[in-house]
Design a binder for this molecule. Structure first.
Ligand SMILES: [Ca+2]
Length: 303
């Protein structure tokens, strides 16, 4: 494996090459990328700092009824370049980090809500790696891989590869990833397809594994993509149209959201092209959800 090969694709560069000489193209591109790195870095710093004050979130996400309201939708081209979305989170008001899966098609990139088909700093994984959940902690991007059990680490400024780490043996496989600040400490939260949420330290060493059950004491398995918002953990349930809100401290489901309406709109070709990807935008106090190879990203309000 050599992740350090330059696999990044710059769509803007390709467009500019058609219009300008190589020299002028390079100058313009270098300036644009430098500016984008600056914007991304500043945004992530600000976003991470503001994460610490999420308790000021307008809505109380510990008291939910399990209903949702559709707010807006952004279509994306899922024919030329479909994204098998595995991880999704906001890095600033309009920019998302997305991890995509499947062997030979896995990648990690940023995308802006104003131009979602332009994959920014797209980094393609080796064909023997299946991308899974992703997160940003202290200006580093972490991306899980599925059965390979590698955690790829990137510079959040430009998604340049830094290193990889081994997934803790307590985690069966790489599925979902997020983090929270709990009692002043960063805790990494990982799912593996079971009903467990593994709580790890900043070095991804698992400290505790919490099993989640529904109100009938039945294990809630297939916990997948994650998002932690103001004391509540949200998780996609693989192969279903559902997202559950979890109270980790009490090992219980607060509410279940069923997005049958969105799954119907997605016109899926395969069963595994299910709802997956949940990202909270703290600026609008809304969630953005999507699915694997879906042709849209949907903004929703959860109640
Ligand atoms: Ca997420």
């Amino acid at each position: 494996m050599n992740l350090q090969n330059n696999r990044r694709t710059y769509h803007k560069k390709e467009e500019l090459n058609k219009k300008t000489s190589m020299l002028s193209c390079f100058s313009i591109l270098a300036f644009s990328l430098t500016a984008f790195v600056f914007i991304i870095k500043g945004s992530i710093d600000a976003y991470e700092q503001s994460n610490l004050s999420k308790t000021e979130c307008p809505q109380n996400y510990t008291d939910l009824k399990g209903t949702h309201k559709l707010l807006s939708r952004i279509n994306r081209d899922n024919t030329k370049n479909p994204q098998y979305t595995q991880g999704l989170l906001f890095v600033n008001e309009t920019t998302l980090l997305e991890s995509s899966g499947q062997y030979g098609k896995s990648s990690i990139h940023y995308l802006n809500l104003n131009d979602v088909d332009n994959l920014i700093f797209n980094y393609e994984l080796p064909s023997n790696q299946f991308g899974e959940g992703c997160d940003i902690i202290n200006n580093k991007v972490y991306q899980l891989t599925w059965l390979e059990r590698k955690i790829n680490v990137f510079n959040a400024d430009d998604l340049s590869f830094i290193t990889d780490m081994k997934l803790d043996d307590k985690v069966a496989a790489g599925w979902g990833l997020t983090h929270r600040v709990f009692n002043g400490e960063i805790q990494v939260l990982i799912t593996d397809g079971s009903n467990q949420v593994h709580i790890a330290d900043e070095n991804f060493i698992v400290q505790q594994s919490i099993s989640i059950f529904d109100d009938k004491k039945k294990p809630v398995t297939n916990l997948n993509e994650l998002e932690y918002v103001n004391g509540t953990l949200f998780a996609n349930i693989y192969l279903t149209s559902k997202i559950v809100a979890i109270d980790l401290e009490n090992q219980r489901i607060i509410a279940t959201f069923d997005f049958k309406d969105l799954v119907k709109d997605a016109n899926r070709k395969k069963r595994d092209e299910c709802l997956n990807g949940i990202a909270y935008n703290q600026y609008s106090d809304s969630f953005w959800v999507t699915g694997k190879n879906w042709g849209f990203i949907q903004e929703v309000k959860l109640f």
